[in-house]
Ligand binder design. Structure first.
Ligand SMILES: *Cc1c(COP(=O)(O)O)cnc(C)c1O
Length: 235
């Protein structure tokens, strides 16, 4: 069931209010936290709603699903098209497709994938923004580089001349214990601070927090929350 645009607007305002409250409690400026609309499994109406509302970016999990959707996003002439971010696992044989169609890839977790994306971006004569996905919650069910492997991964990334490393991304393990998400986000924040110091780079973006755990993510320093369900409904 496709919600009306008015329903979407009201949900988006609720999420923005939740972000603003979390920022206030953390002593942060809400302008530091971007709301990324996660449109996976929803058809082209979802990215169209997000863009019409004024959200700058949309997140997709699967390369082919996003590519199929992109040409069907219909927008009024005065609405800026969204930036497309890949947030789901990427197989290296799809690196060229991802580099062709996405504005940023958040799920980069291996040297091999970095090299494939760098080569593809070079062939396309473009600079591609990436985040390094880190398994900061040490969850056996999640993709992402291990915390210990992050320095070597960043070193490889910084040597990729066609990639721009914006920062880090993580997904907290599913758990009934709120301390698990808090620990995961604190780990990613600490890792970012350590890597930024060690490599003298900025790494400004911390992509962490989803519909169910955006408050602790913002408290720990998230600069981008990735929200699907709270905006578009159950998948
Ligand atoms: C699906 C997904 C989200 C959004 O999750 P919701 O709980 O629906 O907000 C965020 N990040 C990633 C990587 C996802 O796969």
């Amino acid at each position: 069931m496709i919600p009306t645009f008015e329903t979407f607007v009201s949900r988006a305002e609720t999420v923005l209010a939740e972000i603003a409250t979390a920022c206030r409690e953390a002593g942060r400026d809400p302008a530091e936290v971007e709301l990324l609309a996660v449109t996976k499994t929803h058809d082209a109406w979802a990215p169209a709603y997000a863009a019409r509302f004024g959200l700058r970016g949309v997140g997709e999990n699967r390369v082919q699903e996003a590519i199929d959707k992109m040409p069907h996003v219909e927008l009024p002439a005065d609405v800026t098209p969204p930036r497309w971010e890949l947030i789901g696992h990427l197989q290296s044989n799809k690196a060229k497709l991802a580099a062709t169609h996405f504005d940023r890839v958040q799920s980069v977790d291996s040297p091999k994938l970095l090299q494939r994306l760098d080569r593809a971006a070079g062939e396309l004569d473009r600079s591609l923004a990436v985040l390094l996905q880190i398994n900061a919650g040490r969850d056996p069910a999640k993709f992402g580089a291990e915390l210990e492997d992050a320095p070597a991964l960043l070193e490889t990334a910084l040597n990729c001349t066609h990639l721009r490393v914006d920062g880090l991304m993580t997904i907290a393990p599913l758990s009934d214990d709120p301390a698990v998400a808090e620990r995961t986000f604190a780990n990613l924040r600490q890792l970012r601070d350590d890597l930024a110091a060690q490599f003298s780079v900025a790494l400004p973006t911390l992509s962490m927090g989803m519909s169910g755990d955006l408050v602790p993510a913002i408290a720990a320093g998230s600069t981008q929350v990735r929200v699907g369900t709270a905006l578009f409904g159950q998948r």
